[in-house]
Design a binder for this molecule. Structure first.
Ligand SMILES: [Zn+2]
Length: 548
């Protein structure tokens, strides 16, 4: 530590001691170990910014530097403290910055955690208000966990306001903030042989509101957040399981367990049923493995449901590439090749938990793609359930094969909408980076609905075109189509183009290529550093919620 910093810190501690005594003397606070309060940028500084001439960059900078941070009205006890701390540069309104003040041994709360909300950012590419609150919630959860704090009172009112563009409704605010906290608290540690002594107990969070009606709205948001976080946990747990613990038959067993837990109907088609259904594409992919494929169909059918939506997920429990085998580097990540189907499972569970008045069908096309004496070989021709034939030119383009049969199957159940999620192409990351999923569909209105749901959940999507010309590269000399083309050009859309051959004219359908976002996305604070993100669960549930 540099001497200058040392001096500053000594001053800071002296100041804190005095200030803490002053605040504590004011009487008891609501019960809790930690109170969480937002720090906003001062509105005066913003007004100054606005009135500054456009060329006056210097003025703007000066205004920013001298601007103080603010604690919202109703929290006067902390206003002075925050103001002084700002002077000491210990506290900031920068988005996600945290400053924990310890009140140990005093009356009232033991600690106060000040959280910077950041300032207003608008524009088409800015994060929405709900997503910013979600990320703030995650940052708070990480800080509380690092400080081993077990219970907290959140003064959510202090976060909401025009200065921060966080002017959203109370239930949405509570939902997003708590969802962020919940998602950030996820752990996957079941395979460590020693019980984790450091394991945090569950964090207890209480929302504190200025009046009873706000509290009621907050509670509504809390219920939604709980169901969605649980759905995402189901997805992450499935996504993180190694393939020796989650091959297709074991996957079906797990699905049966949580179908019972959530009151869902379930049927599992084994290899005999799949043969009866003439699902030659799904069977073909699975034939190189000692663990045969399964089609898992779950249904949540509440009385008086008017609409039906079908979620279909790619469930390749391990993708070696088959005979077109993959290079060995990071091949262990290929246990995540079922994340699309895990999202579908988590989503239907959450829909049931929220008792949505919509019929939801979830289909998991589960298979293990392995090289073996019986495995399909490049050049083999398979026949799908809808009668179309496919020349398999690359056995590593297997996801589209299993999905094609699953999509054909689910259309017999007459859904109003069909959406599939799949870690389908590496090209999705090349096109969009690891920040966004690719969206392709055959109905502009349904595409829009999916985009709206994605905006609500903060799970980004971007639409790619399905130009007819893209199919040219999938034409085969020997069959109706081939599963891979000659060029890597527009690989993501070409994957969707293949799937579209199995979509009936009347079906409203969207394909989400989630290969770029399904695992290892650490830059989002509510995601685990590595492993499955749970992408898609909340998007799907919002989509179903908006249907009612
Ligand atoms: Zn593959």
């Amino acid at each position: 530590m540099k001497p200058a910093e040392q001096t500053k810190n000594t001053e800071f501690s002296r100041f804190l001691r005095a200030e803490v005594a002053r605040v504590a003397a004011r009487g008891p606070k609501p019960e809790g170990q930690c109170e969480i309060i937002a720090v906003l940028p001062a509105p005066a500084a913003k007004a100054e910014d606005k009135s500054a001439p456009k060329s006056g960059l210097k003025n703007q900078k000066a205004a920013k530097k001298s601007s103080s941070v603010l604690v919202r009205k109703g929290f006067e006890d902390y206003r002075v403290l925050a103001g002084r701390l700002a002077g000491a540069e210990e506290i900031s309104s920068k988005a996600g910055s945290t400053c924990l003040v310890r009140f140990a041994g005093m009356r009232g709360a033991d600690h106060v955690l000040f959280v910077g909300t950041g300032s207003d950012k608008s524009g088409v590419n800015a994060l929405g208000a709900a997503e910013r609150l979600r990320r703030l919630g995650a940052q708070v959860a990480h800080k509380l966990s690092a400080e081993k704090i077990k219970s907290a009172n959140v003064y959510l009112d202090s976060f909401l306001g025009r200065e921060t563009a966080l002017a959203v409704s109370a239930d949405l605010a509570a939902y997003a903030f708590l969802e962020g906290m919940g998602l950030a608290s996820y752990r996957f540690d079941k395979y460590f042989s020693k019980a984790d002594k450091k394991k945090d107990g569950a964090l207890s969070v209480k929302l504190v509101a200025p009046d009873a009606s706000s509290l009621l709205k907050y509670t509504k948001g809390l219920d939604t957040a709980k169901a969605l976080v649980r759905g995402a946990e189901i997805c992450r747990d499935l996504g993180n399981e190694p393939s020796n613990e989650l091959h297709p038959a074991l996957y079906a067993d797990r699905a049966k367990e949580f179908a019972v837990e959530h009151g869902l109907k379930i049927s599992v088609l084994d290899e005999r049923n799949l043969a009866k259904e003439k699902m030659g594409l799904l069977l073909g992919v699975g034939q190189g493995s000692v663990n045969p494929p399964r089609l898992i169909v779950m249904e949540y059918a509440p009385p008086r449901a008017k609409k039906t939506i079908a979620f279909v997920g790619k469930g390749i429990t391990f993708d070696s590439g088959g005979i077109s085998i993959k290079p060995s580097a990071r091949m262990e990540d290929m246990k995540h090749d079922m994340c699309g189907s895990a999202a579908v499972a988590g989503a239907i569970a959450a829909c049931a938990r929220l008792k949505l008045p919509v019929r939801v069908i979830a289909v998991i096309a589960a298979a293990e793609n392995m090289p073996d004496g019986k495995a399909i070989q490049p050049g083999n021709i398979l026949r799908g359930r809808n009668g179309k034939t496919v020349e398999v030119t690359n056995t590593d383009a297997e996801g589209r094969l299993v999905l094609a049969d699953a999509l054909d199957y689910v259309q017999d159940m007459k859904p109003d909408y069909v959406i599939d999620l799949a870690t389908l192409t590496g090209a999705a990351t090349i096109t969009l980076g690891k920040v966004c999923a690719g969206l392709m569909g055959n109905d502009a209105r349904f595409n829009r609905m999916v985009k709206d749901a994605a905006a609500q959940s903060g799970e980004r999507v971007w639409e790619l075109p399905l130009f007819d010309e893209y199919f040219e590269d999938l034409k085969s000399d020997y069959a109706d189509m081939r599963n891979a083309g000659d060029t890597p050009a527009n690989g993501t859309a070409k994957g969707a183009m293949f799937l579209q051959q199995f979509i009936r004219k009347e079906t409203k359908w969207v394909h989400l290529d989630i290969a770029s976002v399904a695992y290892a996305i650490p830059h989002i604070p509510y995601n685990p550093k590595k492993s499955s993100t749970g992408y898609g669960v909340r998007l799907l549930v919002n989509l179903a919620r908006n249907l009612k």
